[in-house]
Ligand binder design. Structure first.
Ligand SMILES: Cc1cc2nc3c(=O)[nH]c(=O)nc-3n(C[C@H](O)[C@H](O)[C@H](O)COP(=O)(O)OP(=O)(O)OC[C@H]3O[C@@H](n4cnc5c(N)ncnc54)[C@H](O)[C@@H]3O)c2cc1C
Length: 379
């Protein structure tokens, strides 16, 4: 690992400045305000503009095929976060697109991937079910053979951004009698159809997500991703991506911990609170401790970092609200909100951050079991 400071070449500096100016133009105050109100973490105009300018393709492709160099990828990740770009839907889209690339037929790749890179198609995740999401392999949504296609029935919880996506990447059960990891088959299911219902759901931090219902949905076999009953192999790759357990290069340029973009928001809140807080020793101590914790969390790799980031948000945000007093409990854009409501927003965001993509308890179990070798937890 190389810890030296990175010196940007003139070309890379020009790339950064151009990207910054582009983001300033498309991620307007109005876009940010609308995103906060809708809770969608997505803006179609911004997404299409990034696709048209070739940024989505450059982020998706390897460097040898026209993708960003490691240094530009780092600049890209940082600038997207700094601009407060509504962004989460690209994460799920890229994750599913990689599964299509790896396990889908050539015909399906040709149909889906160019439109993903142009921004036109977005893809969402249909994993979690009403009866429980932590154990994703326990899937009750059924897919049954019907001639050369399949009939799907079931429902999924928290299908985030289904309202903005062309397809959902759906886990189905194709063999209820088989052991659960050998019973799954993955499909890409078109969402804009009468037999799929999308019901909106709001979380405590104001995020918009959905419950989705599938009633006798007919899907052609070419929309199957991977082998019949081989869905776990497909899913494992996508889950590694989401959990942040993918291999990293040793150039030190990749994002160290998944979801560290939330800690960037927390860092902005700490700055705002520091500018307003009374100059007292206890306040200096608490802000200093907050900054040390954030630095440590952002430097923690893999699934350890996933836990550390959510945990630091949960620990620091109440401290910030405590420092500023009751006015800090008013939300963003509310008259009289301390530090423009920044700490209150992080406080509400910290809960779901420790849930989506896997809860902190489940991650801690995974760390204990797989990283520390402590064996399976007793239930
Ligand atoms: C804002 C938001 C967006 C989301 N977006 C998506 C999405 O786009 N697509 C999607 O498919 N899902 C999505 N999810 C769902 C998310 O992945 C699940 O909520 C999560 O995996 C937990 O599943 P659950 O809610 O069913 O809780 P459960 O699995 O029912 O867990 C309930 C409680 O039990 C604990 N628990 C469960 N199992 C264990 C265990 N083995 N050991 C210790 N404790 C355990 C959990 O930590 C939790 O506290 C989203 C969730 C949120 C909040």
């Amino acid at each position: 690992m190389d810890f030296s400071t990175v010196t940007l070449s003139d070309e890379d500096r020009a790339f950064r400045d151009e990207l910054r100016a582009f983001l300033r133009e498309i991620v307007t105050d109005e876009v940010i305000r609308r995103d906060r109100q809708s809770g969608e973490n997505f803006d179609e105009g911004v997404h299409l503009a990034l696709g048209k300018a070739g940024y989505l393709a450059a982020d998706f492709k390897p460097e040898g095929e026209g993708g960003f160099s490691p240094i530009r990828k780092r600049i890209w990740d940082l600038e997207i976060g700094r601009a407060h770009t509504p962004w989460f839907h690209w994460g799920t889209t890229a994750m599913v697109a990689r599964a299509v690339q790896q396990f889908g037929s050539t015909e399906l790749q040709d149909e889906v991937l160019p439109r993903v890179l142009s921004g036109e198609y977005r893809l969402c995740l249909g994993y979690t079910e009403p009866e429980g999401g932590s154990d994703v392999a326990t899937c009750k949504t059924r897919a049954v053979r019907d001639g050369d296609g399949w009939i799907i029935n079931g429902s999924k919880m928290f299908t985030s951004n289904a309202q903005n996506a062309a397809y959902v990447f759906l886990i189905t059960n194709t063999d209820p009698a088989a052991p659960k990891h050998q019973s799954l088959t993955m499909f890409l299911v078109l969402l804009d159809r009468p037999d799929v219902e999308i019901q909106p759901l709001r979380t405590v931090d104001g995020d918009r997500t959905n419950i989705t219902y599938y009633s006798d949905v007919r899907v052609e076999d070419r929309y199957r991703i991977g082998e019949v009953n081989g869905g776990w192999t497909v899913l494992r790759e996508a889950l590694n991506d989401e959990h942040g357990t993918v291999e990293r290069g040793d150039d030190g340029l990749q994002k160290i911990a998944t979801m560290s973009e939330h800690v960037t928001l927390l860092a902005e809140a700490v700055d705002k609170v520091a500018a307003l807080a009374p100059d007292e020793e206890s306040v200096r101590f608490r802000l200093g401790r907050a900054i040390a914790r954030m630095e440590a969390a952002m430097s923690t790799p893999d699934m350890f970092g996933r836990v550390a980031n959510a945990q630091v948000m949960r620990e620091v945000s109440p401290d910030l609200m405590d420092i500023l007093g009751t006015a800090s409990s008013l939300p963003v854009d509310e008259k009289g909100a301390a530090a423009a409501g920044a700490a209150e927003y992080i406080f509400r965001l910290a809960g779901p951050t420790g849930i989506y993509g896997g809860t902190l308890e489940v991650f801690r179990n995974m760390i204990a079991q797989h990283a520390l070798g402590l064996g399976r937890p007793r239930t």
